[in-house]
Design a protein around this ligand. Structure first.
Ligand code: FMN
Length: 210
């Protein structure tokens, strides 16, 4: 059965562009899959704690005793099960300081385990074959030819780490850029470009939510 895992990571609710776009994808996907499963995890509102040494040891060796609490173990298992059971993932990722929010990194840290790792060009893994869409919201622009081209440590990082655990077989990035143009007076002239980027993101997400 198709099943969607919907992840948000913005620290804000009102005005969050990544939340608006990920919610749009989820609504479209659910319309296209009325009998499909749906799980939502809000890393902005309820962060998954950073891993501790005990949690990491348990991720490396789930059958052993490592001193992690039952709650810590249950959380790792829940995060893992949500990803394993999904056929499609939509991840709303704001850009914070040129990369992903630390809450999203903490979620990734629970997933990078020996059971999920795939070798480049090697056999498929437990998480292989899923469709993954990452929708980002950035205050500025990182497009070719812009002053900060090359400062985007969001997409390259996520491509690498998701690829390492088999989640890059069908991975698409959709970027809504220049979101700060709406509120920063010095960026007012960029508002039309920001609106175009947002509109294009909605159109692209509609085509991907199949
Ligand atoms: C802590 C923090 C750091 C940010 N760092 C950047 C940055 O490095 N580059 C950028 O273009 N925008 C940056 N921004 C702006 C956000 O990327 C932008 O407001 C985006 O729309 C946030 O996503 P959201 O609308 O889903 O909340 C930052 C915002 C916050 C709150």
């Amino acid at each position: 059965m198709p099943s969607l895992l919907h992840i948000d990571a913005s620290i804000r609710h009102d005005g969050s562009v990544s939340r608006e776009l990920s919610a749009y994808f989820a609504a479209q996907w659910r319309e296209n899959h009325p009998d499909g499963g749906y799980v939502y995890r809000d890393l902005g509102a309820e962060p998954v704690p950073h891993i501790t040494h005990a949690v990491r040891e348990a991720l490396l060796d789930p059958s052993g005793e490592h001193g992690e609490t039952p709650e810590e173990r249950a959380l790792s298992e829940a995060v893992t099960a949500e990803v394993r059971e999904a056929t499609t993932l939509i991840i709303g990722a704001p850009m914070y300081n040129y990369t992903i929010p630390s809450t999203l990194k903490a979620w990734v840290d629970r997933l990078v385990t020996p059971a999920h790792m795939v070798a480049p060009g090697g056999e498929p893994g437990l998480l292989s074959g899923k469709s993954v869409v990452v929708v980002t919201a950035r205050g500025g622009s990182y497009a070719p030819g812009t002053p900060r081209e090359g400062w985007d440590y969001q997409e390259p990082y996520l491509r690498a780490v998701l690829g390492a655990i088999g989640l890059a077989d069908d991975l698409t990035f959709v970027h809504a850029e220049l979101t700060l143009a709406a509120i920063v007076p010095q960026m007012a002239a960029l508002k039309p470009l920001a609106e175009k980027s947002r509109d294009t993101a909605f159109e692209t997400l509609k085509t991907l939510a199949v």
